[in-house]
Design a protein around this ligand. Structure first.
Ligand SMILES: Nc1ncnc2c1ncn2[C@@H]1O[C@H](COP(=O)(O)OP(=O)(O)OP(=O)(O)O)[C@@H](O)[C@H]1O
Length: 780
């Protein structure tokens, strides 16, 4: 096996060689947090028990356990063990290495164990904080020996009691009228109740009188005081109350019930309830006020007599239950309890497996329950560890799945410091179970605890009277709150079966009647609560809907505005472009035929003048023709008798005729010009017509564009219409919601989950609205 440096390695386990598996966690890290709180990994100690004579003669010593140093131990699989067999098949390793906060070898004395393990918890306890110590291991590994010890070798418990009495010194409160109540509170007892307490205590002591050996006489001298005593001048006093109970087959039994000693009667189990602040406690558990160490010793002996100690093949006096001894220290100032701290020492049942112990019937059930509660403890520790590991998803911690973890949930969640002593023997025959225990402890060692510097304010005790109603809490009497959680805890219980078999028919009927009344009250309370939650959720949903509606309308308004602006801009651009285009086209067409206006009017004037001249000449010609028929040139020369006058007239005619011809030709030219101008006019008209056509064409394009923009406007209107539909949906949702809350007033609906109901309520109207709402037809 290769050696590894075990310090500062932070993995759960790592392989260090062919046949070597190392399970190490960072050795107990302690960090100071702001505000003085302390954060550290759970302290897990290992105690290795010495071999007994029988074990040595049975050749149980096969070097399975090797202590390397004060924090590292190796486990070497012996031949024939399941672990060796699987490692031979290539599954897993045969050599395992584990690290602990501290390892105690077989030679370690009880006093050394006490000093090294519970020192910090002890001072926490005396300082007003809670502490929890587990002993965990396979059966016959030395758990009870470590916790309780023997009269000659007292274990941790008697030493804790002794150290507490040493601390209290002369400040002991012997009034017995202030008693622990629920989990963290105290009750003020009237004289009658004090009498009852005294007689119960006397009954216990009477039954153990003869057998009791005072603890102090048997070796507690070495127990040193862990903290300095309260100063003499300090007027505060301390009362010490103890309880002793066991969890057997997932039922809680009080080990200090006097009746338990008689075998004829069946034991009644106690209920684990919630005090309303998330702290579980054992209801009706007997608390005994102890004034001396001798009294404590008697209480312990009495409880031990009651323990379920059924014989198994491995250990004739093996304890088959988890036994829990709890000490409560009440600090009393001016007749008021100002502080309560609790130290629980839990001796867990053996963690062996069924096949190994050859268990059958009742023993098989025991083993199942033991393994189950240890499994849940392991699950809780694993979940706690995982939740504290960065990057790991927060997982559910199954505290409430077993009585054991339910009771100590608060301690694991920061209301105290927990530590664990893992007990192992070195026997080859129990190697596989021992390996299992070691792996479990590797997980426990990685659980981080945050221990507050001062006792938590929320744990400040509440003092209650005989009726259980608080006298004062934070200076204010809060009877209503207490009443509500007391009625709750009555109803929170899961198991009454254990008591049922003992009850008479009448008692059962009464019980049923009272349960029915409680059930009705509980239903009523639930209904009110459900209504409140519904209303709250309804209001929240309505608020959310209104906000989202407002946001959507705002968005639509903005969208609409931006669209309109864009459309207007586009229109303007198109209009300008069309105007420009029409002008350009007109200019292009006109350019070729362009006649300056002045020239054109001058031409027209000339034409008019010429026309006038032509008509004058025509008038003149016709008047001459009236006097003498105008002859042809040859004819006039042959026929006229008076030649001289005739010749003069002929010349004039000829001259006129020439003038007329010249004028005719000018007229003809002018006519030509007019025709030409008319033709040009026609051409200009055609050009104008073309320009108008082009303009019309562009106009139609503009119309198209307008139509397109109209379509866009319509699609926007469509969006707006959809919005209206959404509004309708919202309105229908609101009315549905109102109906729902009305319904919840009217009838108690089966509790199938509030969220499911709301989801139904929310989804059903949506479906109908989407299928039935008529769609708006598009505008033409
Ligand atoms: N460190 C030790 N030194 C001497 N004897 C020890 C030591 N540890 C345990 N023993 C003895 O071993 C036997 C078994 O121890 P114990 O009853 O404490 O085991 P256990 O783990 O509590 O068993 P179970 O789970 O069955 O109750 C007892 O006789 C006890 O006295």
């Amino acid at each position: 096996m290769s050696t590894v440096n075990v310090t500062n390695v932070d993995s759960e386990y790592m392989q260090t060689g062919d046949m070597d598996m190392t399970y190490i966690s960072t050795s107990s890290q302690q960090t100071e947090l702001p505000g003085g709180a302390e954060q550290q990994t759970m302290r897990v100690y290992l105690r290795v028990r010495p071999f007994s004579k029988e074990e040595l003669s049975d050749k149980e010593d096969q070097d399975c356990v090797g202590i390397e140093n004060s924090q590292t131990v190796t486990l070497n699989a012996p031949k024939g063990s399941a672990n060796m067999k699987s490692s031979e098949k290539g599954i897993g390793m045969s050599l395992h290495k584990f690290s602990f906060s501290q390892i105690f070898g077989p030679e370690m004395m009880q006093s050394e164990i006490f000093e090294a393990t519970v020192k910090s918890q002890m001072s926490d306890f005396l300082d007003g904080k809670n502490a929890l110590l587990f002993s965990y291991g396979v059966t016959n590994a030395g758990k009870t020996y470590t916790i309780q010890g023997t009269p000659k070798q007292p274990g941790i418990l008697p030493r804790v009691l002794d150290a507490t009495f040493q601390y209290i010194g002369g400040h002991l409160y012997d009034g017995m009228d202030l008693k622990p109540y629920l989990r963290n509170d105290a009750q003020y007892l009237d004289p009658d109740q004090v009498k009852q307490e005294k007689s119960a205590k006397a009954a216990i002591f009477a039954s153990v009188k003869e057998e009791c050996e005072p603890l102090r006489s048997s070796g507690l001298e070495s127990c040193s005081a862990l903290t300095s005593n309260p100063p003499e001048a300090d007027s505060s006093q301390f009362a010490l109350w103890v309880a002793f109970f066991e969890i057997y087959n997932e039922c809680v039994y009080d080990l200090l019930q006097a009746s338990l000693c008689s075998k004829s009667k069946k034991r009644s189990s106690l209920r684990v309830c919630d005090d309303g602040a998330g702290n579980c406690y054992v209801k009706d558990l007997r608390w005994i006020n102890i004034l001396t160490l001798d009294e404590a010793s008697k209480v312990l002996q009495f409880g031990n007599k009651n323990r379920s100690a059924a014989a198994t093949k491995l250990n004739q006096s093996s304890s088959r239950s988890h036994s829990i001894f709890t000490i409560k220290l009440l600090k009393i100032e001016d007749s008021t309890v100002t502080r309560i701290s609790e130290f629980s020492l839990c001796d867990l049942a053996g963690s062996e497996r069924c096949n190994k112990t050859k268990t059958f019937g009742e023993r098989l059930k025991e083993a199942g329950n033991i393994n189950n509660s240890l499994l849940i403890l392991g699950k809780c520790l694993t979940a706690l560890r995982n939740n504290q590991t960065e990057g790991m998803k927060n997982s559910y911690i199954p505290f409430r799945e077993s009585k054991l973890t339910k009771l100590f949930q608060a301690v694991f969640c920061g209301k105290g410091r927990a530590s664990m002593i893992v007990n192992i023997n070195q026997c080859a025959s129990t190697y596989d179970e021992t390996l299992h225990v070691m792996k479990f402890s590797a997980v426990a060692k990685q659980v981080v605890q945050v221990i507050p510097d001062k006792p938590l304010k929320s744990l400040a005790p509440c003092l209650v009277g005989r009726d259980g109603k608080p006298l004062v809490k934070n200076g204010v009497i809060d009877t209503q709150a207490l009443e509500s959680f007391l009625s709750e805890e009555e109803l929170l219980d899961e198991e009454d079966e254990a008591n049922m078999s003992l009850a008479t028919e009448n008692e059962l009927a009464n019980m049923i009647e009272s349960l029915r009344t409680k059930l009705l009250a509980e239903r009523k309370r639930n209904l009110v609560q459900e209504m409140e939650i519904r209303n709250e959720m309804g209001d929240a949903m309505l608020q959310q809907l209104m906000e989202s509606e407002e946001l959507r309308s705002r968005q639509i308004e903005e969208l609409k505005e931006s669209f309109e602006e864009k459309l207007e801009n586009t229109f303007e651009i198109y209009k300008d472009a069309i105007r420009e285009h029409a002008y350009q086209s007109a200019m292009n067409n006109l350019e070729d035929d362009y006649v300056p206006f002045d020239e054109f009017t001058a031409e027209q004037d000339k034409v008019e003048t010429l026309k006038r001249k032509v008509s004058e000449l025509e008038g003149l010609t016709s008047s001459i023709g009236g006097l003498c028929a105008f002859p042809t040139v040859d004819q006039s020369c042959q026929t006229h008798p008076y030649k001289s006058t005739e010749a003069a007239g002929d010349d004039r005619c000829k001259h006129l005729y020439k003038e007329k011809c010249a004028i005719d030709s000018i007229c003809e030219d002018k006519q030509q010009l007019i025709l030409c101008l008319e033709k040009r006019l026609k051409d200009i008209n055609v050009t104008l017509q073309n320009t108008r056509d082009a303009y019309l064409e562009k106009s139609s394009e503009l119309d198209d564009l307008q139509r397109t923009s109209k379509d866009q406007t319509e699609s926007m209107e469509e969006i707006l219409w959809q919005n209206v539909e959404k509004d309708r949906e919202i309105a229908s949702l609101k009315s549905e919601l109102a109906k729902l809350s009305q319904n919840s007033h009217m009838q108690l609906r089966p509790k199938r989950g509030l969220l499911a109901n709301i989801r139904d309520a929310v989804t059903s109207p949506r479906k109908t609205s989407t299928t039935q709402t008529p769609r708006k037809t598009a505008h033409p």
